[in-house]
Design a protein around this ligand. Structure first.
Ligand code: URA
Length: 185
């Protein structure tokens, strides 16, 4: 299956009830052959409207970090754990995360990045491990199979708690350093 076919399949998905309340599926955006893949939680209202990940306030903050450390959004791939918006932005339910996970897994397999960056706790718990604690473990690097994987704060958290912003900048500077080291730029 190609990434495009997976996207079509995903847009017709009825594995959980969120497909009925969404406006648009937010499959992901960026280079299909990106070396770096970032994975958030679930679409919010703006993403649901536009069918694109991280285009609302959190996404705009993320763009400012990218700019600060010299990462081009066009060059990476951004997706979410869930492809459909949970009503009123509530946390994804365990059964929604499980129903949607095969899409993410296949998406990762197709894109085949060298580096995976979890944006926030929800994707970090699933992709790094169950006892992952974002305040304690953000910015640490893990080798999982062939992937180098790390987690940083979710930009929505930084909108609520600006005191974490320096840590975020340090983590993204380290990401950029790693990308240089791996000749990803
Ligand atoms: N928050 C997310 O986790 N993903 C988005 O796409 C937007 C906000």
């Amino acid at each position: 299956m190609t990434l495009k076919e997976l996207k079509t399949q995903c847009s017709e998905c009825d594995r959980c009830p969120l497909g009925k309340t969404k406006k648009n599926t937010v499959f992901g955006a960026g280079r299909p052959d990106a070396d770096v893949m970032l994975i958030g939680e679930a679409p919010g209202a703006s993403e649901d409207e536009q069918g694109l990940p991280f285009v609302g306030a959190a996404g705009q903050l993320l763009d400012r970090y990218f700019e600060a450390v010299g990462i081009d959004r066009e060059q990476v791939y951004i997706a979410n754990m869930l492809k459909c918006r949970p009503p009123r932005n509530r946390d994804p339910l365990p059964e929604e995360k499980e129903a949607c996970f095969p899409y993410l897994k296949e998406q990762i397999r197709q894109i085949d990045p060298g580096i995976i960056v979890c944006l926030g706790r929800i994707s970090a718990e699933r992709l790094i491990g169950g006892n992952f604690r974002i305040t304690r473990d953000h910015g640490k690097w893990y080798q999982k199979g062939k992937f180098q994987i790390t987690a940083v704060y979710h930009p929505s958290l930084l909108l609520r708690d600006p005191s974490r912003r320096e840590e975020m900048l340090a983590d993204l500077m380290e990401l950029r350093r790693k990308m240089d080291e791996m000749k990803y730029l």
